[in-house]
Design a protein around this ligand. Sequence first.
Ligand code: HEC
Ligand code: HEC
Length: 198
Amino acid sequence: MKFLISIIIVQLLLLYNNTSVYAYDKEQCISCHGNNGQSIILNYPNLAGQNKIYLFKQMLAFKTGQRENPVMQAVTKNLTDHDMDKLAEFFAQQKPHFGTAKRALLKAGQLLYRGGNRQKGIPACMACHGPAGEGNLLAGTPSLAGQHANYTQTQLEAYRAKKRVTDGKGIMPDIAARLTDDDIIVLASYLEGLHRVH
Ligand code: HEC
Ligand code: HEC
């Protein structure tokens, strides 16, 4: 009898492990991406309110190794399409987090975001990411509004170095290649404070 009970306990433990590792489980994400996808760690992106199509695409990119990040590649390894769809839906529906821009960088960031720089061939970010950084739902263009400046900076640098190759059309690598370090810093700060005024 004791033996039987211990077998049942072992099986229950295995089952528990299976569900927490293989099945869609947003609790796994919260330790890094924060409660409801509002991350408090500067290098971990906010997911709350992000475009659903974009979220799914990025999880798939980590899973297939197209987007390289050891942590996220491990996290997505065993997620099914169904799991990723549910996770994307959950985080897309959460209330977004907004920060503030550094006052000294605000004007330069705003000019570049809204108008680009014709001389350097930088298009206005606003044209695709929207006036309030909200992105474009159907086109799968990500929201940038309120994102941690640290994270945004890392991504723009990764596009520029051709380390991030998730953009099949090569739009972002091409744009990022024209950005100086200072451009990236002012844009990242501006975006952290950007949001729709209600
Ligand atoms: C141990 C920390 C950690 C855990 C747990 C974690 N993530 Fe992440 N996640 C990260 C980091 C770090 C990045 C940024 C990777 C990079 O720089 O490319 C990231 C990036 C992402 C992105 C890309 C966001 C964007 O704006 O492009 C998505 C989507 C994502 N994670 C979803 C999830 C989901 C869903 C879970 C739970 C199943 C999860 N993550 C669990 C650390 C984590
Ligand atoms: C022609 C449309 C277009 C323009 C203009 C554009 N973007 Fe993007 N951006 C995209 C698309 C599409 C993606 C998603 C690419 C991918 O899947 O990696 C993206 C992704 C990003 C990301 C990654 C977001 C994340 O959560 O990881 C950042 C940051 C970004 N863009 C910043 C900018 C900035 C800053 C500018 C202006 C200098 C800009 N973009 C101009 C279309 C555009």
